[in-house]
Design a protein around this ligand. Structure first.
Ligand code: ZN
Length: 183
């Protein structure tokens, strides 16, 4: 089995595990973060008296109907008292706050030389004529094309990709555009 396949299986297992975890929760998962915030504040004030009195108070206040089941579930997951609920259960809900996507990195920009060009916006060249060279730059979902004339030359032309190709048969569009340029 190759690495990619093993990775895929691991991912599927983790997803299945998470789905089961969510299904087994004693109350709405979105109430949990509020419980942790509440415990954080209350425990800071008075400390833990080794019961789940604060948790129970919170659940009653938030109209969780099956508090007995909820307290039992918390104990099963290592939260036998209020401070343990905070210490041991909070991490189980990390999935509610997935880490922010990494900012765009420069190594995601790919450059390559092309001998021919076929764009997805309908422009194509079968063979790039010398002394032109064509470089394709891919960054994320954006592709851009630069034609360079000669090697050490600074003459670089960027291929326009926003060309209004759907308007090719629309004479009025081009007349208006021409008039706009003149004015
Ligand atoms: Zn405690």
């Amino acid at each position: 089995m190759d690495k990619q396949k093993r990775k895929e299986i691991r991912k599927q297992l983790a997803e299945k595990e998470l789905a089961e975890f969510r299904k087994g929760l004693p109350f709405d998962e979105n109430i949990f973060p509020k419980l942790f915030d509440f415990l954080d504040i209350e425990l800071n004030k008075n400390g833990c008296n080794h019961t789940t009195i604060l948790t129970k108070t919170f659940l009653d206040k938030n109209k969780v109907s099956n508090t007995t089941d909820a307290i039992e579930w918390l104990a099963d997951n290592g939260g036998y008292c209020d401070c343990e609920v905070l210490a041991n259960i909070e991490d189980l809900f990390d999935y509610l706050n997935p880490p922010l996507l990494k900012p765009f990195q420069s190594n995601q920009i790919k450059k390559q030389k092309l001998n021919s060009l076929k764009t997805d916006f309908g422009f194509s060249i079968e063979k790039i004529p010398l002394p032109w060279t064509l470089t394709e730059t891919i960054s994320g979902n954006d592709k851009s094309y630069n034609f360079q004339f000669g090697k050490s030359n600074n003459c670089i032309i960027n291929l326009a990709s926003d060309f209004p190709i759907t308007q090719l048969d629309n004479d009025k569009f081009w007349t208006d555009l021409g008039l706009k340029k003149l004015n």
